[in-house]
Design a protein around this ligand. Structure first.
Ligand code: ASP
Length: 319
């Protein structure tokens, strides 16, 4: 039973909710691999993407997801909108809602901005990343990618490495993976570790030494330094950071032989990730991107239909 109207963060999702999204995403993943990637599940619905921060993967995949489900999708970005004329976030959202939007997919630089909207807007609100707070669909697509690669989440050792303090991806992943029984190791220079990082979940541990976190890990997830949140001031030099916290073949050899390497993108090649590793056979980075469309289809489907239909109907005859 799906009961949520909004997706504000993974914090409000139970283990069963997470399974519901991942299971439904399997169907949509199969649809996306067909020549005709189209369903009519959201025919007649309107989804508006409202992005107040830069995005390549999230915005495009929400657009593709809505269109593949048959909805009408409209994109608004802050640079071309009346936000530049001084309109508030709430006024912008209320105006879009007045156009009878069924869902607003919102990205904003301020942590908490999406929760603020959700309590004031009737349309479904989906958090596409708010400040350093949450990025729920990224964590869901990461879980989907891990589950497809490893067959499970429970009991896996996942090392999350880099700018943990400013990363909404790290926060959402630590909460979700912990809730699904994975062992989460967080590693970063001390200045990039939030105070109380271990309160993110009972299976979350902080390991200041990069090598310790990567040793025998099943999954190594690398993060970009969030320069837009002034994280650059929290390290000595990029070269020094890269030498101590960058993932190259030597560090990766300490992980399990069948370990996978993940990154939410955008990658800063040669900083947190050696290009040979980014493009190597352990990298599932482009699988994450593919999963992003299917998982966002599952989220839109569940939020707007309540899941009250059989998605496999969408996969009838044609390959
Ligand atoms: N794309 C991810 C985000 O929006 C990760 C990043 O930007 O580093 O949080």
């Amino acid at each position: 039973m799906w009961t949520h109207r909004h997706l504000l963060g993974v914090e409000s999702l139970s283990a069963a909710d997470i399974d519901a999204v991942l299971d439904r995403a399997e169907t949509w993943h199969a649809l996306c691999r067909r020549t005709e990637k189209k369903s009519t599940v959201l025919k007649g619905r309107t989804i508006i993407n409202v992005f107040f921060e830069a995005s390549t993967r999230t915005r495009t995949s929400f657009e593709a997801a809505g269109k593949r489900l048959g909805a009408d999708v409209v994109n608004v970005s802050s640079s071309g909108s009346s936000v530049t004329k001084g309109e508030t976030l709430l006024d912008t959202a209320k105006n879009l809602e007045a156009m009878r939007a069924d869902a607003l997919v919102v990205r904003h630089a301020s942590s908490g901005a999406i929760d603020f909207l959700a309590s004031r807007i009737r349309a479904s609100i989906i958090n596409a990343g708010d400040g350093a707070h949450e990025h729920p669909t990224q964590a869901l697509l990461d879980a989907f990618t891990i589950r497809r690669s490893k067959g499970r989440l429970e009991g896996l050792v996942v090392a999350i490495c880099g700018d943990i303090a400013h990363s909404r991806v790290a926060r959402s992943n630590a909460i979700l993976l912990g809730r699904k029984g994975a062992m989460v190791r967080l590693t970063a220079p001390r200045t990039m570790l939030p105070a109380h990082a271990e309160t993110l979940g009972p299976t979350v541990r902080v390991m200041p030494r990069f090598e310790d976190a990567v040793r025998d890990a099943d999954v190594v997830m690398m993060l970009r330094i969030q320069n837009e949140r002034l994280a650059g001031a929290m390290m000595s030099t990029t070269r020094e950071y890269s030498r101590t916290y960058g993932l190259g073949p030597v560090a990766l050899a300490k992980a399990k032989p069948d370990a996978i390497v993940m990154h939410p993108g955008p990658i800063n090649r040669g900083v947190e990730l050696d290009p040979h590793v980014a493009d190597g056979n352990k990298s599932v980075i482009l699988d994450q991107v593919e999963a992003g469309v299917a998982v966002r289809m599952a989220v839109l489907d569940l939020l707007l239909t309540g899941g009250n239909h059989t998605p496999s109907d969408a996969l009838s005859s044609r390959p």
